[in-house]
Design a protein around this ligand. Structure first.
Ligand code: NCD
Ligand code: ZN
Length: 335
């Protein structure tokens, strides 16, 4: 079996910086493009920093045709600053993090009321808002507790292009159905694993991420929505590489590195459920429709020939361990 995808997009990607960027950027370059997350140290908060980061990504891609949809780390801004952001080449939208909720998010928002004026302006100006939606509550309840904030935003700013990033619960899928003015991304791992895979047996640090994987019924609801081709659910890998020594450590960093396995594994899952015809929408069409994107023309053919996933990827003195390290996946990219 084979499938050819047109211009697949990863709507949520961490590439990091420096040597790690040089290692990871080419490993996502089978996609036609990606929404690039701004949680560097320090975070990307200005158009100048964003364009400089984009140039470093372009250099790391070494000529690969890959559109960077760049984001700025949300901070309360006025109209002049928003105009400057909107006019900056490559700018896609803002990523809002509750302060301290995940990797490098200390400078995030601690009181949503402070975001009010900026969000009103973003709504008027058609600037997308991508949100890491977790409260500071009990780890399994964080996303569900945050859904009230999404509800509030979707009601108060009905025209705001609002995305619930990396949803992990059946409850979030229901909210997506309830509010036609919200979209969502979902990762590869949250279509596959539950908390049991992370911590039910021996602890598996390479499957540890924020938001943490939830219950079987949550995973099943996410998978069902993806397979059915839910028109406002998009693939966003949240591929989040950390050096091996930071993952296999006391105080394991959150993030699953899925960039190199995402497309083959998605094809395997959709094929296994007889839903290959909906994969194009999930990995490109829905995002293009929702955001009005016109990505570069690029096709990727996948076939049901196994891919051996390396135990780790190493270069430039960095080492990262991907999901399915040392294992085999049922599908692979035709080179
Ligand atoms: C991400 C990272 O490492 O940057 N980690 C994660 O567990 N997903 C940040 C994020 O998206 O929460
Ligand atoms: Zn992320």
């Amino acid at each position: 079996m084979k499938i050819t995808l047109n211009s697949p997009l990863d709507m949520h990607l961490h590439l990091r910086d420096g040597d790690m960027l040089k290692l990871t950027a080419p490993l996502s370059a089978d996609f036609a493009g990606a929404v690039i997350m701004p949680n560097l140290v320090p975070p990307v908060t200005t158009p100048a920093a964003m364009q400089a980061y984009d140039a470093r990504i372009a250099a790391a891609l070494d000529g690969a045709d890959f559109t960077r949809y760049m984001t700025l780390f949300f901070t309360p801004l006025g109209e002049k600053e928003l105009i400057a952001a909107k006019e900056a080449p490559g700018f896609f939208g803002f990523k809002l993090y509750p302060a301290g909720i995940t990797t490098n998010s200390e400078g995030g928002v601690s009181d949503m009321a402070q975001a009010d004026k900026t969000l009103r302006l973003m709504e008027e100006m058609g600037i997308p808002l991508l949100v890491h939606g977790e409260s500071h509550g009990f780890v399994m309840d964080r996303e569900q507790e945050f859904l009230a904030v999404y509800r509030h935003l979707a009601t108060k700013y009905p025209k705001l292009k609002l995305s619930m990033e990396h949803i992990t619960t059946a409850e979030a899928v229901r909210l997506l159905d309830e509010f036609p003015n919200i979209c969502a991304t979902v990762t590869l791992q949250h279509l596959i694993i539950t908390l049991d895979d992370v911590a039910g047996g021996a602890l598996r640090p390479h499957l540890f991420c924020k938001p943490i994987a939830k219950r079987p019924e949550d995973r099943d609801a996410l998978l069902r929505a993806a397979l059915e081709g839910h028109p406002r659910l998009m693939f966003g890998s949240d591929s989040a590489p950390h050096p091996r020594c930071k993952k296999e450590a006391c105080g394991c960093a959150a993030g699953v590195f899925t960039g190199p396995v995402a497309l083959p594994k998605l094809a395997e899952i959709f094929a296994a459920h007889g839903a290959l015809e909906n994969l194009q929408a999930f990995v490109s069409g829905n995002a293009c429709q929702w955001y009005g994107l016109q990505p570069v023309q690029k096709t990727v053919t996948l076939e049901d020939t196994p891919m051996s996933v390396p135990a780790s990827y190493r270069s430039y003195g960095e080492q990262v361990v991907p999901m399915y390290a040392g294992e085999s996946i049922g599908w692979s990219i035709v080179r």
